[in-house]
Design a protein around this ligand. Structure first.
Ligand SMILES: NC(=O)c1ccc[n+]([C@@H]2O[C@H](COP(=O)([O-])OP(=O)(O)OC[C@H]3O[C@@H](n4cnc5c(N)ncnc54)[C@H](O)[C@@H]3O)[C@@H](O)[C@H]2O)c1
Length: 387
């Protein structure tokens, strides 16, 4: 397979590039290094030191037969994306190249507009580039389970549902109701709708992945520090498990938002990459729109906190406290949550890491970077409030 990875410098993009290249696929990496710049803007850095894209690709190319390439480009600007797709006619384009922090999108108007433009324009330009220059290409787009919010109904693994409208007797096929919880999450809803429309008009072949929060420090292909992927732990860019693990290594109290009853579906970095490889190697039929819910285990924040505390006591010999703060987000602190998932299992997916087994590994990986993490202690507390 020949695959273009948009957002290849990112937390997921780099390990997916590694995994595909090491499985013998041809990989073309595209990124404008926006995440490096935006993380620096909030005074933070990656908690696992990362090499430049050029150095990482050079290290990768020592291990693989089909050489990977890196192109620095902004997919929302100019014609690079279209030119590369026209020239390469890839089997698949994986689209990760979006502003992916909910708090960053909520900082102020400027950040909301940047997020909205960057994400929706990038997806639209990708759709047109594929439709007009390589219509057989499979687009695998990364969305989020956050598109659905936390509704009182079971979340289907489907873009459409049959529903009775306003007490009618008959069922109508409607878009699955969604209620996103930040400007960032809304961009993913808009992307989904734009891709559904492109699929219905032109038969674009699309996998839209609704992924839960990812945690982890490595995948099996990351065999040396030169191949590290980024690891965000600050109050703007970190996701909850990664933040808790960094706080644990620093011996800080774990910072909990409100009562901690928020439930989400989590997935390890290794399982996310395994699932994406599977979805690429087993694409949907030509002209099909495939909606996949990609998460493995449901946990409340309180349950995560307990797991991290347990692992910290065992691995680091530290007894951690909790610091409860007012939830800076607007979200329910206790709610129903029952998302469905079966597509990955049907394709043959096997779970690699359970959260309780992965957290001790993460603490061991982060411990040598304790000095680095402690230099950025000031940016660990959340500063962005939704209201
Ligand atoms: N990490 C998670 O927990 C998680 C969960 C669900 C969904 N996702 C989604 O998965 C995707 C990848 O997430 P990640 O954690 O690797 O994020 P990331 O920020 O580490 O990676 C995204 C990459 O895209 C690049 N990028 C952004 N805008 C671009 C543009 N206009 N042109 C070219 N490159 C651009 C960034 O520089 C970055 O390297 C994102 O779309 C994110 O929304 C992530």
């Amino acid at each position: 397979m020949k695959a273009i990875i948009l957002g290849a410098d990112g937390y997921l993009g780099w390990p997916l590039s590694l995994a595909l290249a090491q499985r013998g696929h041809e990989v073309i990496c595209i990124d404008n290094l926006a995440t490096r710049r935006c993380v620096k803007e909030v005074g933070s850095t990656s908690g696992m030191p990362i090499e430049s894209m050029e150095n990482r690709v050079a290290s990768l190319n020592k291990r693989v037969r089909k050489k990977a390439r890196f192109i620095k480009a902004d997919i929302t600007k100019g014609s690079t994306l279209r030119d590369v797709i026209r020239r390469e006619k890839p089997d698949a384009v994986v689209h990760f190249a979006e502003q992916r922090s909910a708090p960053y999108s909520m900082i102020n108007e400027k950040h909301a507009v940047y997020t909205m433009e960057n994400n929706t324009i990038g997806t639209l330009k990708l759709i047109y580039a594929v439709k007009e220059t390589s219509p057989g290409t499979h687009i695998l787009k990364m969305g989020t389970m956050g598109e659905f919010g936390t509704p009182d109904f079971d979340i289907p693994e489907s873009a459409f549902v049959n529903a009775k409208i306003m007490g009618e007797d008959k069922y109508s096929k409607i878009l699955t109701p969604k209620w996103a919880g930040s400007w960032y999450h809304w961009t993913k809803v808009h992307d989904t709708h734009n891709m559904l429309y492109a699929n219905s008009l032109w038969g674009c072949t699309i996998t839209d992945v609704m992924q839960g929060p990812v945690y982890g420090t490595r995948t099996k292909e990351i065999t040396s520090s030169g191949l590290n992927t980024r690891f965000d732990f600050d109050g703007v860019w970190g996701t909850v498990v990664n933040k808790f693990c960094a706080q644990a290594v620093l011996g800080m109290p774990l910072i909990r938002f409100g009562k901690g009853g928020q439930v989400r579906g989590f997935i390890s970095l290794q399982d996310s990459i395994n699932a994406l490889v599977l979805l690429l190697e087993k694409p949907p039929g030509k002209g099909e729109y495939r909606h996949v819910n990609q998460f493995m285990e449901l946990f409340s924040t309180l349950e995560l906190e307990k797991e991290v505390k347990r692992a910290a006591a065992r691995v680091l010999g530290k007894e951690l406290e909790t610091m409860q703060i007012e939830d800076p987000r607007v979200e329910k602190e206790s709610h129903y949550y029952n998302p469905k998932k079966e597509i990955l299992e049907k394709l043959g997916f096997k779970l690699a890491w359970k959260l309780k087994d992965n957290i001790p590994e993460m603490l061991r990986d982060l411990e040598p970077n304790k000095n680095l993490l402690s230099r950025y202690k000031a940016v660990i507390r959340p500063t962005v409030k939704w209201k």
